[in-house]
Design a protein around this ligand. Sequence first.
Ligand code: ADE
Ligand code: ZN
Length: 347
Amino acid sequence: MLKLASSISAERLPELLRRMPKAELHIHIEGSLEPELIFALAQRNGVQIPYASVEELRKAYAFTNLQSFLDIYYAGASVLLKEQDFYDMAWAYLRRAAADNVVRAEIFFDPQTHTARGVSMETVINGLYRACEQAHADLGVSASLILCFLRHLSEEEAFETLEQALPYRDKFIGVGLDSSEVGHPPEKFARVFARCRELGLHLVAHAGEEGPPAYVWTALDLLKVERVDHGVQSTKDAALMQRLAKDRIPLTVCPLSNLKLCVFPQLKDHNLGQLLDAGLVATVNSDDPAYFGGYMNDNFIQTFAATGLTAPQAYQLAKNSFDASFIDASMKRRYTDLLDATFAAFE
Ligand code: ADE
Ligand code: ZN
């Protein structure tokens, strides 16, 4: 398939990138909340927001680093109060994902952002889960939830959150770790992750987004994560790169996020090609598409245009997304067959 793909010209790449089936493995559902929906929910729920219009809010989306984004992202999530709000947000994302030929989505949610405001865990999970079920039935998109702990909060608060979520254990497949990275290393959550591992949950963590390669090492060795979210700082450590390649630890890379949060000065400087060349299981994802200017296909198309990645690399990235996902082997095969058929039909 890779040999076949090499004959596809650069002009036809955007269409191929749009058409190919893919999995999205790094999407914060609260980061899919578009300004229009923030305003609609604010009005529906009688919540005040400190912006006069959608345009004014969008203008505030000029970030200098991760924290400058997180401050506005948590403020945006304050309009979510009812189960229907969580459903509406997730349903809007899933429809958008289906339009980009995303056939599988593993969706992060941040329950502590909501429980801290008095919204119950039941409200959050039931709303999101209902949208995932609907996506399967109506859009043919398979979607699962991953509960993220906020790393700027304490270990004790993470344990409390886990306790609150356990009655809904059948509605999420794993746990992750997100929010402010630097100063909150993975080891802070080693005991929580050990407990989640005993419970049979899948484990992922953000590491090496802004933080050093050392955080990727501890995410692997202490948290025992199965995937690393971002991980782009790993190229600074040759031994780490070898480890990630040898153990086939996937990285869920988010190019437009990295650009907007100034992790790379320009998209042409992104190291996605370097990660692929080193044999890593790198994938492309949108992170917080409502804030970073693009969903899945925007990430693919803009990154390929800026860096000169080619059709065989498009195939590899889509294949990696299925290999890296938490679906069973038979589903991986089905999606990879669909990918092969899409490439074959394109030529
Ligand atoms: N929460 C939402 N987006 C995030 C990101 N890119 N890094 C860390 N935490 C996040
Ligand atoms: Zn993220």
